[in-house]
Design a protein around this ligand. Structure first.
Ligand SMILES: [Zn+2]
Length: 321
């Protein structure tokens, strides 16, 4: 492979948008589960047809270690999950049921993908992402709302303790509050949690993030984007050296769970506002995919393809403009 101008070829590869993905993101969920598991395959297929897909590098994750899971979770909870010893009610609270044994590997790979994306963004700058996760409803001792382990909390703590980052922001723009992230990271001075969400959506008992911006149901693009701007400013005010962006698209008007009324264009504008701000301040940013439950699922798929397609473009701007 040849380089671009004076840049050696291995550096050209490093400057592509790296997106972690594993087929178990889909196959690790039982086909009878209510969760729209085929969204991952569909997003991947569409991403590969984008004009800028040559600047996309799909990466295969390694499973996360038990030790790193303990950054965010209690020993009991981690070991019970790994040993298939969670109770029926614990599994029901998570959802994704009926569970199949492959859900363990899926969870370890998915959380490993988030960690590798975080490491990549810190080492190379720009944007990196994981094509699943953003599992913000997972708490220290229990999972909930389709979330088993909290990838955002684990990666934020990893960035501080192992990568020596001084200031990390979890910017959570999913329509649901990042309740698990807020509680796990409650006493972390180097990590700021921001959650912009619909006030009447799950979880019905909210946690307290460092900054919560609850939105009334039914709002559309204008008010939404004004509040996105506030959330981004709050993020920049913390002067972060790393941003973990939970980019759920379940605020779309077509979403079956979210109660906001955001257009596809509004959602794309939101992502571009985040990318512009982080590029402008040279803050490495990791995309944790988040929720999306439109009916039909194609609306969710389109919005995630917009997200990752723009991430390719903005990552390119970071490295070459
Ligand atoms: Zn959500």
């Amino acid at each position: 492979m040849v380089g671009v101008g004076h840049i050696p070829s291995e550096d050209v590869s490093r400057t592509k948008f790296h997106l972690w993905y594993h087929e178990s993101y889909t196959s690790g969920i039982d086909e009878k589960a209510r969760f729209p598991r085929d969204r991952y395959d569909k997003i991947l297929a569409q991403l590969q047809t984008l004009p800028n897909s040559t600047k996309l590098e799909i990466k295969t994750p390694e499973p996360i270690s038990r030790e790193l899971l303990l950054l965010g979770h209690s020993t009991n909870y981690v070991d019970n999950f790994l040993n298939g010893a969670l109770s029926e009610s614990e599994m029901r609270r998570i959802g994704l049921t009926p569970w199949k044994p492959e859900i363990v590997d899926r969870t370890l790979l998915l959380t490993g993908g988030a960690l590798e994306a975080t490491l990549h963004a810190v080492q190379n700058g720009g944007l990196a992402g994981n094509m699943a996760g953003g599992t913000h409803h997972a708490h220290r001792d229990f999972g909930s709302g389709y979330c088993i382990f909290n990838d955002l909390a684990i990666c934020a703590k990893y960035a501080v303790s192992e990568l020596k980052k001084q200031s990390v922001v979890v910017l959570d723009l999913d329509v649901h509050q990042g309740d698990g992230t807020a509680t796990i990271l409650q006493s972390e001075q180097n990590i700021l949690t921001i959650s912009l969400h619909c006030s009447t959506n799950f979880p019905f008992r909210k946690s307290v993030s460092d900054i919560d911006i609850p939105l009334p149901p039914g709002i559309s693009d204008d008010i939404y984007l004004q509040n996105v701007k506030i959330a981004i400013q709050n993020c920049l005010d913390f002067n972060p050296d790393l941003v973990l962006f939970q980019s759920g698209v379940d605020g779309l008007a077509t979403d079956a769970l979210g109660k906001l009324n955001i257009s596809r264009e509004g959602m794309q504008k939101r992502n571009q506002m985040v990318f512009d701000a982080m590029l402008g301040h040279r803050i490495p940013t990791v995309i944790f995919m988040g929720g999306g439950y439109s009916k039909p699922i194609e609306y969710t798929v389109d919005a995630f393809v917009d997200l990752f397609g723009d991430a390719i473009t903005w990552n390119e701007k970071w490295h070459f403009e």
